[in-house]
Ligand binder design. Sequence first.
Ligand code: SF4
Length: 318
Amino acid sequence: MRQDINDILQSQTWDIDSKLWHGKRVLDMNQRELTDICRTYGFTNFLTSSTSQQKLAKTQKELGIEMHGVALQPATMGSDGVDLCSNSTPSCRAGCVVWFGGNPAYTDAKQNAMRKRRDMLVDDPCLFLAVFMRYLKLKSDSCIRKEVLMSTRFNISSDIKYEKVLVLMDDIQTSFSNFASYYVAVTGEAMESSELPMPYDYTKHYDRRRDLNYHLVYSVTDNDVSKAEQAIENGLPLAIVVDTKRGKPLPDMVRIGRYKLSAVDGDKHDYLPEHGREPHAVLLRYKYNAKHKAAKRRVVLDKAILSGFCKVADQIAV
Ligand code: SF4
């Protein structure tokens, strides 16, 4: 039976403050101790970082922001029916870039680690949240020492509403994203940055609302414009995958339903808050799956356009 991970995570307040592992408080652990927990679940690296993922690396190169996020096995690809992307569509699942993309030589190892991280979340949500929070704190401390900014994507390949996941820490009860946003923001305070960095995510949940501490961008993946319109009305920018002729510039304005939005090039870096918080369109060029041979690519692209996963740039340009 299918179960939305958001229902599981919103069913209680998670006391990560007193979460223990083999008698030791997780929030007091060092990196080696955290890695030991991960090894018990069959993987080594909890975080995916700008040193290891191409798109996050662009953010570090372009903007000097060190990125750390979590990549989990998406949707209902696990065997227990728990759904990590409950508003995903058949087309986005078929083209899920983080799951299928990247260097084919590493696909099996990458997918295996994503599966094991997801199993840890489903097996013991409180442990997963405590370990995640502790890693963010350690990375934040390290960024302050190195004098670099940090941000995080909670959902590199999932769609968990972290603004609604309540946790207890330091005698305060608030959302996971609020606590995490503090560790991100302090890296900006330490550098006296005029704009404090914040966590961000793409989401298919068009009913999520703009959050003060967590930047969300609605990812358009079907032909139902009413979802995009609702996201815009909730204050969210939109991410749109587009097919455009090679060498042709992307449009600066696009039309979505009854709205016209200014558009920015989303391929330059991944740090979405940089484009501003008001509704706008982040355009991402369609990327071919490395597994598909040239002859198959046109067929796959046509399918993606038909399903609404990819838009033809000229057709949405204003
Ligand atoms: S919602 Fe995102 S992460 Fe989930 S299956 Fe679709 S593209 Fe992949």
